[in-house]
Design a protein around this ligand. Structure first.
Ligand SMILES: Cc1cc2nc3c(=O)[nH]c(=O)nc-3n(C[C@H](O)[C@H](O)[C@H](O)COP(=O)(O)OP(=O)(O)OC[C@H]3O[C@@H](n4cnc5c(N)ncnc54)[C@H](O)[C@@H]3O)c2cc1C
Length: 467
């Protein structure tokens, strides 16, 4: 049973009011695709609910009419999952933008799904707390999108991924049932912990409408250093030393020289070092005071210089200098813009095998695409390697590069998606990281929760029939 999108739009407009549905020229003015460059159609309509109840009401109508819907957060995704396909309606969480509660005693927050990551970070800091998830897209990505993709970012080493910071969720199921599970405690073993079904499943099982989140005390000082490192073995030894000598270690970001130099060029920023080095490591910690933080990072670096693990280093003397050091790593945004058409990879592998993987990937890619840039960087502490390859001549070359990279990652028993998700871009390659049995169970879960296959169809899992 199918009805036209027009009939569905009419019904949703009745339920949400005129401002709740955009069509025609008003819709054409809006951005409705993510950062991935994956195919995106103009949606039949953009549904803009203001409350969780309106999200549920819209889904109920879409479910009744068997109408496919794509969920949209801040549209900073890199996997194409939020891009509309022909005939779909888009549902955006942008107007669910209230921070409902910020408990300055207990250190928790309850937010609506459309609140941006940066807004929560700032609000938490104003009350002496800190929301530790952090990524380059912080100004636009939404907390609902962060939960849907189980975002990682710069401080996973210390605080884990988004999953570790979510205490509770509210989710609208594809049939419009609203599941409110807004726990504010870490411990709750009362039956199944259902929130995990929706974290990291990229909007295929339900729409996140509200989140209850864990905050941590605001750090009093964040010692930060950028180090020049002679080789990968030294980087691994420095990581081990940093974990023991800098107990508040929050980030250990590795940049290969090609990435570092491209980031400097893209931002017209000079390197702080007099000469080029094979690798660069950005280290950040949390400390109880400036004195304690500076003493522990200087102690760490002294030891590292003595052992030859570091050949040069710059220690930030202020918050703004720390920001300048982070800018080398955050040149990713500029590189994503200048390397188009590109393939952006986000894989993970056992930390000890990362260099071997980089060597093999670099050799294969350089042979196949000698005039493109292949820029490697990553969160070494988490075994998470990022790679930006571009500018490709066209889409066919992008796909050829993806096939090459994911097959090699599969041989290394790594994951084809450490943090960005599968979406549509990596869907054909999921078998490199998941067994047939795992894929079958994922499909069964999807079938149980979304029997009409209306919610984010064709994302993550192989295409299913729509009932
Ligand atoms: C410059 C840059 C740097 C980045 N750095 C990182 C990084 O370090 N680590 C990292 O993990 N990611 C990173 N990303 C990727 C991206 O920012 C994250 O995946 C982010 O969590 C996506 O959030 P969003 O709100 O933009 O989601 P969108 O792009 O809108 O959507 C992403 C997916 O989640 C679904 N979705 C969105 N909102 C909801 C919801 N409320 N309920 C259910 N499903 C929903 C969508 O359908 C889609 O499948 C980066 C992106 C950019 C552009």
């Amino acid at each position: 049973m199918r009805t036209t999108v027009d009939a569905v739009i009419h019904e949703i407009r009745d339920a949400l009011g005129d401002a709740g549905v955009l069509t025609g020229p008003a819709l054409a003015e809006r951005t409705t695709s993510d950062w991935s460059e994956a195919d995106a159609a103009l949606p039949g309509a953009l549904v803009l609910p203001r409350t969780p109840a309106e999200v549920a009401a819209a889904l109920r109508i879409l479910h009744t009419h068997h109408c496919a819907v794509v969920v949209q957060g801040g549209l900073t995704g890199l996997a194409g999952g939020a891009n509309p396909r022909p005939g779909e309606v888009a549902l955006s969480l942008t107007r669910l933008d209230r921070i409902e509660a910020l408990d300055a005693i207990g250190g928790t927050a309850v937010v609506q799904a459309g609140v941006t990551l940066e807004r929560l970070q700032s609000a938490a800091e104003e009350t002496g707390w800190f929301f530790p998830l952090d990524l380059g897209a912080r100004g636009s990505c939404q907390l609902g999108g962060n939960a849907a993709t189980n975002a990682g970012g710069n401080r996973v080493l210390r605080f884990g991924m988004m999953r570790n910071l979510v205490l509770g969720l509210e989710v609208a199921l594809p049939d419009g049932t609203l599941l409110t599970m807004l726990d504010r405690v870490i411990k709750n073993n009362a039956g199944f912990d259902l929130k995990h079904l929706f974290i990291g499943t990229e909007g295929t099982l339900g729409v996140v409408t509200r989140l209850s989140l864990q905050l941590v005390p605001r750090p009093l000082h964040q010692p930060t250093a950028l180090c020049a490192v002679p080789d990968f073995a030294s980087a691994l030894a420095l990581l081990r030393d940093s974990k023991s000598r800098l107990p508040g270690l929050t980030a250990f970001e590795l940049m290969w020289s090609d990435f570092f130099e491209a980031s400097c060029r893209a931002q017209r920023k000079a390197s702080p070092f007099g000469q080029a080095h094979p690798l660069y490591v950005l280290i950040e910690g949390f400390a109880a005071s400036e004195e304690v933080g500076n003493a522990s990072i200087e102690h760490l670096l002294e030891h590292a210089f003595d052992r030859g693990l570091v050949t040069d280093a710059v220690v930030a003397q202020s918050g703004s200098q720390a920001g300048q050091l982070w800018a080398y790593r955050e040149g990713v945004s500029e590189l994503l813009s200048v390397c188009k058409p590109l393939a952006a990879f986000d894989v993970s592998v056992a930390t000890t095998r990362m260099d071997e993987l980089v060597t093999q990937l670099r050799a294969c890619l350089t042979q196949a695409f000698p005039s493109q840039q292949h820029l490697f960087f990553g969160h070494l502490g988490d075994g998470n390697l990022h790679l930006i390859s571009g500018n490709f001549a066209g889409h066919d070359d992008v796909v050829r590069a993806e096939e090459m990279v994911y097959a090699i990652v599969g041989e290394f028993q790594g994951s084809i998606s450490a943090e960005h998700g599968i979406g549509t871009v990596k869907r054909p390659f999921l078998h490199h990281s998941r067994t047939p049995e795992e894929l079958r169970l994922m499909q069964q879960l999807k079938g149980w929760l979304d029997p009409r296959n209306i919610l984010n169809p064709g994302r993550v899992l192989p295409e299913l029939d729509r009932a």
